[in-house]
Design a protein around this ligand. Sequence first.
Ligand SMILES: [Zn+2]
Length: 169
Amino acid sequence: MKMDEGVELMNQGNFEKAEELFREVLLNVEVVPADLCFYFGKNSFHLDKFSQSIDWLNKYIELKGTSGRFFDAAVEYLKLAEEEQQFQSTASQIQNNKEPRKREFINCEQTPFVVCPVCSGQGVSIERGSLGTSIYKACQYCKETGRMSCENYKLFLVGKFDPVLKNDH
Ligand SMILES: [Zn+2]
């Protein structure tokens, strides 16, 4: 029987080939044997297809309940697959959170100076006075030059640029 061949391959660690055989079996049966659900789930786990693994293991438990001969193993694999899936999704979330920071990477060799982000290159900063008037102040961040050195800009982005102490760049 194809399914037994698949199990044999799975036990040998040939999980890709085993999945192929299991899929062939699935195509040729009217009623999916419960054991195949377990095998497919277990095999999927070894292929790092964790959500597929979870689906099939749940299906096995659904079909056989607690009396299935693979019940304990199915529960065990299910637990592992869920942990792995959780780990993967956490890892990909962390990866996604990193993306915007990558875009802020500045190459100071290519761009030694940037337009001063405080005064937008005007050399003066504009504050609103108490009567709604505009008060122009010399921009300390760029010493009124309208540009900021790349090194200072990097400090500025992380909130560590103190224009009073660091304006000699
Ligand atoms: Zn400025």
